[in-house]
Design a protein around this ligand. Structure first.
Ligand SMILES: Cc1cc2nc3c(=O)[nH]c(=O)nc-3n(C[C@H](O)[C@H](O)[C@H](O)COP(=O)(O)OP(=O)(O)OC[C@H]3O[C@@H](n4cnc5c(N)ncnc54)[C@H](O)[C@@H]3O)c2cc1C
Length: 450
């Protein structure tokens, strides 16, 4: 077993991350029984396809699903360096946030706003459709979400956020005192905002199940196939460690890893985020914190944390800080430097759980753009390279991006292809050497000046 060390990360000429080491101490992988699952054979030799998708996270898998549905005759090959779900898609906080693709500045225009809402909610509807139509088992629970405030300023921010949601035409309930206590018991929480739309799930199970679904639909999935180079052209050439494949249409579904292959280098920051999973709580521990409605919970600090109950009765918690590694390096997955901060937050929120064991801790990489907005579209001299990138929160958004990619490919003109994120130019992220400073400076500003 070989871990991708921090020292190795610092090398400038690193090859794409060592994607053969999926021994990350990730609870979701364990709960998805990844160790005993079949990981597909690598791509060997030279091949041709109509569409090649690079990256087996939600963006790649959703693109595979939607392209397959629109173009049943096309040969679609998905190339994944490790195994589907190895990246952020299999490691995240399990929060399904339905509102990420709504823009405040469009509220004044009801027609556009309504379309944005529809597009934004599509990702979650699509996950529900896969559960209903393809029996996808991913511990999905549509319990809504609860934001909590630790001080008066944050309580006001929550109330304001509730008003903003109202202007979007979306419900929310502001909670204090006994009403909040009935949802969650913490000496630190002074107010909360509950929204009924939002869900929790096991992200790795979702990715692995999506792999099954797209394979059942006829997509060829190659795992353990690290792409080493992409040569764009009328026919794009994708080299892997053991083979190569040519296709007139390419989908770059690499999010935080895209810069390793030369894409979006100047536009996105890879940001490393961390998670823990506790041991299973017993009945009296659950009773001591309430939380019987099992909503996804997050707080309002700049370095916020977020937590969900797992299907088997643990608390899975993440956030509390983020880390930027020099030279845009990617998180090994086993960097535990943020674990003590998450643990500290957990027991500050719930001192009644003091002594609860932390059984797993892991990290993963997602992206930030300077304006915190993702982009999906098509690029290249031949307009044949589709992409989705910059999803800092992306559990439902990536699903939507797969749909948008297929609609663009089909030349359709609809609310998806005209959404404001489509072909959006991402602002310049600044020189790589200064990005660490930007991230730390940005966090400091947010912490101190909101
Ligand atoms: C710790 C953490 C917590 C998060 N929490 C949440 C949350 O609660 N809710 C939310 O909405 N979002 C959350 N996110 C963000 C969300 O997980 C991502 O936005 C989303 O999963 C991105 O999906 P993707 O398919 O675009 O990228 P990824 O899932 O990262 O997929 C990219 C894939 O490309 C593969 N790859 C990389 N390089 C190569 C190569 N050279 N050759 C072949 N394959 C390659 C990788 O192995 C990977 O499987 C979190 C992210 C992290 C890291």
């Amino acid at each position: 077993m070989k871990y991708y060390s921090r020292a190795h990360n610092k090398s400038r000429n690193q090859r794409p991350p060592d994607l053969y080491e999926y021994f990350v101490d990730n609870f979701w992988f364990k709960a998805a029984d990844l160790e005993n699952q079949k990981i597909n054979e690598p791509l060997r030799g030279s091949h041709k396809a109509d569409v090649v998708i690079v990256g087996g996270g939600y963006t790649g898998l959703s693109a595979a699903y939607h392209i397959r549905s629109k173009f049943p005759e096309k040969k679609i090959v998905l190339i994944e360096g490790a195994c589907c779900g190895y990246g952020a898609s299999g490691r995240n906080g399990g929060f399904c946030i339905a509102t990420d693709l709504i823009r405040e500045s469009d509220v004044e225009n009801p027609e556009i706003h309504q379309k944005n809402v529809e597009v934004s909610f599509y990702g979650m509807h699509f996950i529900k459709r896969m559960i209903a139509e393809h029996e996808v088992d991913c511990d999905f629970e549509e319990n809504g979400m609860l934001g909590v405030a630790l001080n008066e300023k944050q309580a006001q921010e929550l109330e304001d956020y509730g008003e903003k949601l109202k202007s979007f035409g979306l419900d929310s309930t502001f909670l204090q005192g006994e009403q909040l206590d009935a949802q969650i018991k913490s000496p630190l929480f002074i107010a909360g905002l509950h929204v009924p739309y939002g869900a929790n799930l096991n992200p790795a199970k979702l990715a692995r199940e999506m792999k099954r679904v797209v394979e059942d639909l006829g997509v060829e999935v190659r795992e353990r196939s690290v792409v080493t180079r992409i040569t764009p052209g009328k026919v794009n050439l994708v080299d892997t460690e053991l083979g190569d494949i040519r296709a007139p249409v390419l989908v770059i579904a690499l999010n935080a890893y895209a810069h390793k292959l030369g894409f979006f280098k100047d536009r996105v920051f890879p940001i490393n985020v961390f998670q823990i999973a506790t041991e299973q709580l017993n009945k009296s521990q659950w009773e001591s914190i309430g939380w019987q409605n099992r909503q996804g919970l997050y707080d309002m600090r700049a370095k916020f944390s977020y937590l969900i109950p797992s299907d088997d009765g643990r608390i899975v918690m993440g956030g509390s800080d983020v880390t930027y590694y020099d030279n845009d390096a990617i998180c090994s997955g086993n960097d535990k430097s943020v674990t003590p901060k998450i643990k500290k937050d957990l027991f500050a929120f719930f001192p009644q759980l003091e002594g609860l064991r932390i059984e797993h801790s892991w990290g993963g990489t997602t992206t930030y753009t300077l304006d915190r907005t993702p982009s999906v579209g098509v690029m290249g001299d031949h307009k044949n390279i589709y992409y989705g990138v910059g999803m800092s929160e992306g559990v439902p958004t990536t699903q939507t991006f797969g749909r948008i990619i297929s609609d663009l490919m089909a030349g359709e003109s609809n609310e998806f292809t005209s959404h404001y994120v489509v072909n959006r130019k991402i602002p310049y992220a600044g020189p790589t050497s200064l990005r660490g400073l930007f991230v730390r400076g940005g966090m400091w500003m947010m912490e101190n000046f909101g």
